[in-house]
Design a protein around this ligand. Structure first.
Ligand SMILES: [Zn+2]
Length: 110
């Protein structure tokens, strides 16, 4: 498998290059994010945003590179109990129905 690129946090504290208490947290978020699919990223960002409190959405947008709207949507989906979200993994594109043999019933007209 190819290298998974981990998003670099764009928050001012991390960008300044200094060590700060949240740096590890931001790194961890992006590390986990790199292994998630799109909807799971939204949910994680939404969760972390709530943890961050006021301004969480904009902070998490900087940290994760997701759009604030995506984070907001993730929170709405969580609030709704992930109701209309499928529990199974997102299907890989092209993993459709296997090319089956067409059943051709001999017409039994007598
Ligand atoms: Zn950061």
């Amino acid at each position: 498998m190819a290298d998974v690129t981990v998003h670099q946090c764009q928050c001012p504290s991390c960008q300044s290059g200094q060590d700060h208490p949240d740096r590890r947290w931001h790194d961890r978020i992006n590390l986990v994010m790199s292994r998630l699919d799109e909807q799971q990223r939204r949910w994680l960002a939404a969760l972390e945003s709530q943890k961050a409190g006021y301004g969480g959405d904009s902070l998490l947008a900087l940290v994760t590179g997701l759009h604030v709207d995506a984070i907001r949507r993730g929170r709405e989906e969580l609030d709704a109990g992930l109701h209309d979200r499928p529990t199974d993994r997102v299907r890989k594109p092209g993993a459709g129905r296997p090319p089956g043999k067409k059943k051709t019933q001999p017409s039994s007209t007598t």
